[in-house]
Write a protein that binds this ligand. Structure first.
Ligand code: ZN
Length: 481
């Protein structure tokens, strides 16, 4: 995600759903596979769906249950951890307060389920039989998502329907079990292992659909159905719209699509997307998905990344577009291909995505923002933040390893996870030189593509250079900028 601050302070039918089967057995499945069939029902403002999830146990412990994140419940009335902060409340909830949520309507292939967690955010599924290491099991869940009227990741927006984080998403596993997180209004709380998806999504034929992955749309009786596959991805997301215009361009064998609502220079926006794909592929390693889709929505700020797809806000200023597109596109490397724990260490993917945007702009002077100006902007923003923080509270802790819910708000999050990270990576490149810097970034990409990397994993990629201490001093909050 990329935040833009205006001021410094700123009838459902499950058609042929794959049957759940309960047996466990030695598995050749190496990634979790989701098979989702659903229909968007505009009159009800709902998405009704069925999902068969096949889960391999790739760890060493026997599993008795599976845990899933129920992200749509953050939109429900009374949620403790709302998805939208006060700062963006009015622009997101364009018709006033509106609520959503998710109901589990059926389960097959498991003993029982329970909705719990700190904020009704976790679905625990008790398995019929223990799932031993190297075995897999399948569970089929019916679910019904009520969409809030909101311009956000999931909802009926003013001009689009955004369907992201709508399905029960298997929690990633950490050393002590499932990583279960609440929603957070600043930052992206999603932490997922790479998985494979088969999705069939039906919707009224007056809509167009934007999606990542490989697929095709068929029409029948006033409805369209998208059938798509996406492999080795963190998630799937879709945008439906009646007024979406479309352009595309291929770059290095990757089809880059741009769906837009209103853009006075769509060529330039598409060019920023193709240029970013080309530049990052050369600098860090190849883009691995069959296509890349950029789509304008009424998202209240900046943009939001998913595997193979990014949303950008339709109200971006012309001079913001290239940086936002480059930032969101960089997340294909630093979120999607190389995963990290965005809840516990949000700086890791945000700093890298933001600094990657600086590198892109440095190499694309036609975008009109120099590298020096980009760094200066981050320095000015961060110093203003630090000065205010230390004067107001006397507190000088600027450590970056803090979880999303421990930030005091959007302003602190922006300055520590983005601006400070940009300054840090600029200083690292000054010390190592460009060649060694990019070589370490490539090592990070190669070693952790398809995995969830830690801050130490990233720092270790600069091994043999003299910057490991510098990186730690920034991350631990000990250096003065
Ligand atoms: Zn971001």
């Amino acid at each position: 995600m990329r935040k833009i601050f205006a001021c410094a302070f700123g009838a459902f039918l499950i058609v042929g759903a794959a049957a759940g089967f309960t047996g466990c057995g030695k598995t050749s499945v190496k990634r979790t596979r989701y098979s989702i069939e659903g229909e968007y029902l505009p009159a009800e403002g709902r998405l009704k769906a069925s999902m068969t999830v096949t889960v391999p146990n790739l760890g060493e412990e026997t599993l008795e249950s599976l845990s899933f994140e129920l992200w749509p419940n953050a939109y429900r009335e009374g949620a403790k951890y709302a998805p939208v902060s006060e700062l963006y409340g009015d622009s997101a909830y364009y018709n006033g307060k509106s609520y959503g949520g998710i109901d589990i309507t059926s389960i097959e292939g498991a003993k029982s389920y329970q909705i719990g967690g700190e904020d009704k955010n976790i679905l625990s599924v008790a398995l019929n039989e223990p799932l031993f290491p190297d075995e897999s099991t399948s569970v089929t869940l019916g679910f019904d998502v009520k969409l809030a009227n909101v311009n956000h990741r999931l909802g009926v927006g003013e001009r689009n329907i955004t369907l992201a984080n709508f399905y029960p998403a298997l929690c990633a596993r950490g050393e002590e079990g499932y990583l279960e997180y609440v929603y957070a209004s600043c930052g992206d709380p999603f932490v997922s292992e790479c998985s494979d998806f088969d999705v069939k999504l039906t919707f009224p034929s007056e809509y167009e659909i934007a999606y990542g992955g490989a697929g095709e749309v068929s029409s029948s009786q006033g409805k369209k159905t998208l059938s798509m596959k996406s492999e080795k991805v963190r998630d799937v997301a879709f945008v439906l719209g009646k007024d979406l215009k479309y352009m595309q361009k291929s770059i290095g064998g990757v089809c880059v699509e741009y769906y837009y609502l209103d853009d006075s220079s769509p060529d330039t926006t598409l060019q920023a997307a193709t240029g970013s794909i080309e530049y990052f592929s050369g600098a860090f390693g190849n883009y691995e998905y069959p296509k890349y889709t950029l789509v304008q929505t009424d998202f209240p700020y900046g943009g939001m990344e998913y595997s193979g797809l990014a949303m950008i806000a339709a109200n971006l200023r012309e001079d913001e577009v290239a940086a936002v597109v480059a930032h969101e596109t960089a997340h294909q490397w630093w979120y999607s291909m190389v995963g990290s724990n965005q809840f516990e260490n949000p700086w890791l993917d945000e700093s890298l995505a933001e600094y990657s945007a600086a590198l892109f702009l440095e190499n694309h002077p036609e975008c009109g923002i120099t590298y020096a100006d980009f760094i200066k902007q981050s320095e000015n923003g961060y110093r203003a933040y630090f000065s205010v923080k230390s004067q107001l509270s006397g507190e000088k802790d600027t450590g970056m390893n803090r979880s999303l819910t421990s930030y005091s708000g959007e302003y602190e999050y922006r300055n520590l996870a983005y601006d400070k990270g940009v300054i840090m990576l600029d200083r690292v490149r000054m010390l190592t030189g460009e060649k060694a810097f990019l070589s370490a970034m490539r090592r990070y990409f190669e070693d952790f593509n398809g995995k969830i990397a830690t801050p130490e994993d990233f720092i270790a990629c600069f091994r043999g250079s003299n910057v490991e201490d510098l990186l730690r001093s920034f991350v631990d909050g000990k250096c003065v900028i």
